[in-house]
Design a protein around this ligand. Structure first.
Ligand SMILES: [Zn+2]
Length: 257
């Protein structure tokens, strides 16, 4: 017996190794597992974003999005304490689009267990339109035909290790897939939390922070400050808390897809 077992032992080890190697290959992608989230509150400082006056009070997009980002951070701290949550701003300061994109590139090196390549980027905004009847939420993603350069002289070692085995075209195709998947998760969650809300869909748009992002990224336009009903919601603390919880649920659903 002892002789048979000792003969089998190396074969069993080999089988185990093959099994785990195959599992690893099947479940790994250039952008997973997700271990960090960048929350980007749009505008700030001298850039107020959308502005509307309701009942003699002036409301600014920059304040609403920051409030909801801070609520999301608190919810994530409770629901996913293992995630590294990075804010592009946590106060009323101006952050340029280049700086926001730079924070995203830098986070690739300071993410978490995966070396940071498993980071997602979520930008929060509030809409405004000339037509007071425009209302609802929409989720923006980068234009699929915009190609992202993944590796350059700024790339940290972790990104080189993770991405150098992929062709640039493969990384771009995968990123477009992940963008859609992330946007769909957030959209599904918003539909669940706000069944009466107006869903304007997922839209590809030419937006700086999305087009230059090397990670799955979405921009959520949560409602129209120029619409009476939406503005009523955007002013309300309970609604903001629900919106924060809805987006977080969508992000976490994507994380565990
Ligand atoms: Zn905005």
């Amino acid at each position: 017996m002892r002789t048979i077992w000792s003969g089998c032992f190396p074969a069993i080890i080999l089988l185990f190794c093959l099994f785990f190697f195959t599992m690893g290959t099947a479940f790994s992608s250039p952008f997973t597992p997700v271990d960090a989230i960048i929350l980007d509150a749009g505008h700030g400082g001298h850039d107020p974003g959308a502005v509307s006056v309701w009942d003699d009070v002036t409301y600014y997009e920059k304040d609403i999005v920051l409030d909801i980002v801070l609520r999301m951070k608190a919810i994530l701290g409770q629901r996913a304490p293992d995630l590294n949550v990075i804010l592009t701003r946590d106060s009323d300061v101006f952050v340029s689009l280049e700086e926001r994109a730079g924070i995203a590139v830098d986070s690739v090196s300071s993410g978490g267990a995966s070396g940071g390549t498993g980071t997602i980027f979520v930008s929060l905004h509030v809409n405004s339109a000339r037509s007071a009847s425009a209302q609802g939420y929409e989720i923006l993603i980068k234009q699929a035909d915009r190609k992202v350069t993944f590796l350059d002289e700024k790339s940290p070692l972790s990104a080189i290790k993770r991405w150098s085995s992929y062709k640039g075209s493969v990384l771009n195709t995968e990123l477009n897939k992940e963008n859609k998947s992330l946007a769909s998760s957030v959209r599904a969650s918003l539909a669940t939390f706000f069944p009466a809300g107006r869903d304007r869909g997922i839209i590809e748009r030419d937006i700086y922070v999305l087009n230059y992002s090397r990670m799955p990224s979405v921009l959520v336009e949560m409602g129209f400050l120029s619409n009476k009903d939406d503005a009523w919601n955007l002013r309300d603390g309970e609604w903001r808390q629900k919106m924060a919880a809805a987006i977080v649920s969508g992000l976490l659903a994507y994380r565990f897809l």
